[in-house]
Design a protein around this ligand. Structure first.
Ligand code: NDP
Length: 337
């Protein structure tokens, strides 16, 4: 099996040198296990967190260990009575061409139901993140305005479309004119604003004339600073991710903005609630699968994938994602379907 391991921990911006490719022999299967051939590897922003030793909600990848990640694979050998050889599964086997996994740690997919790659995208973890965070914490009401950044990506694109399904206005924020055109014209958001435009804050204000009731936080940084003055009383902020900060090695200079922020939370009666999608799985995953499948079939939930070919290209694709080089859900095609 060929695999990509964490060679060293980055300080600030990661580079290709933080990764190393290795070839290893896989162990023999034990009872209950399956041998998997990776087809798709999902690349996600949270992997930046796993590269660091800083305390987080999940353990870091140890130096020398294979990089973690969601995968879609085919079972090539099975010692698990529940899982037939030849079947397709979604699992968490990381950046490698083959893996041995416990049958309990994978979920069998029906390849006739949806394209295999969607199991790590719109019908998988990112789609569920959007669904659970928006509906459980954001609670958009008809006529309200929902704003979300990284709006062409798997989480943001689903947030805006689900907000519209619930009768809210969706304002997307994305990097560059092509992504904005896609968000507005193909995904049907009510507006899409380029966060790199010099007059971004003014454009955002014009796109949200009635203020913002739900800010689904994906990025942090200057985007959040532009959103805060537009928040309405009782606005909800599901804090999902802060991708603009993941490579930050130092605290920004300037005045301490925390007192002003807490003042805003108080005077506007804001709800600011962080979440990790896994906390909602037991409660909401079945509803998500039912609703998302139906919305896709009805053409109301669209998605876009950015497919990179070959495991060797995973590090550069991952590094690019932290700067918005991906356009849609980033997946690596590791092997044939
Ligand atoms: P995306 O595929 O959307 O990729 C990240 C995007 O972030 C980039 O494409 C880029 O889009 C945008 N971005 C990067 N840097 C900046 C910046 N400095 N300012 C503004 N935007 C920036 O990722 P996902 O949809 O997979 O993830 C979106 C967010 O959701 C992330 O923060 C992620 O960590 C979080 N997440 C949280 C989960 C949870 O359980 N809490 C689970 C899954 C994801 P653009 O070019 O448009 O700027």
């Amino acid at each position: 099996s060929t695999r990509i391991v964490l060679a060293s921990r980055p300080r600030g911006e990661p580079t290709a040198d933080n990764f190393r490719t290795e070839t290893v022999e896989l162990p023999e299967l034990s009872d209950g296990q399956v041998l998997l051939r990776t087809i798709y590897l999902s690349l996600d922003p949270y992997m930046r967190g796993r590269m660091s030793a800083a305390e987080s909600y999940a353990d870091p990848v140890e130096v020398g260990d294979v990089m973690v990640g969601g995968t879609v694979s085919q079972v090539t050998e099975s010692r698990n009575p529940r899982i037939a050889a030849g079947s397709y599964v979604v699992g968490y086997t990381g950046w490698q061409t083959h893996a041995v996994a416990d049958g309990d740690a994978v979920r069998v997919l029906d390849p006739s139901r949806a394209p295999l790659s969607t199991a790590v995208g719109v019908l998988g973890m990112p789609g569920f993140t959007a669904y659970s965070g928006l509906l459980r914490i954001g609670r958009p009401q008809a006529g309200e305005t929902v704003a979300v950044a990284a709006a062409s990506g798997p989480v943001g694109s689903a947030v805006g479309q689900i907000a519209r399904i619930h009768g809210a206005r969706a304002v997307g924020i994305a990097g560059g004119p092509d992504k904005c055109a896609y968000v507005r014209d193909e995904l049907g958001f009510d507006a899409a604003i380029d966060h790199r435009a010099p007059d971004f804050a003014d454009q955002l204000r014009a796109a949200a004339p009635d203020g913002i009731d739900v800010y689904f936080e994906n990025v942090g940084g200057p985007v959040t600073a532009a959103v805060l003055p537009l928040l309405n009383p009782y606005a909800r902020i599901p804090v999902c991710g802060l991708v603009s900060q993941y490579n930050a090695a130092t605290t920004p200079e300037g005045p301490d903005r925390l007192p002003a922020f807490m003042g805003l939370v108080l005077t506007k009666s804001l709800t600011v609630r962080g979440f990790i999608q896994s906390e909602f799985v037991a409660d909401m995953y079945a509803d998500f699968e039912r609703d998302a499948s139906r919305w896709i079939a009805e053409g109301r939930l669209k998605y876009r994938e950015d497919v990179v070919h070959g495991l060797d290209n995973a590090p550069s694709a991952f590094l690019g994602m932290l700067h918005g080089k991906n356009f849609g859900k980033l997946v690596v095609r590791v092997g044939p379907e």
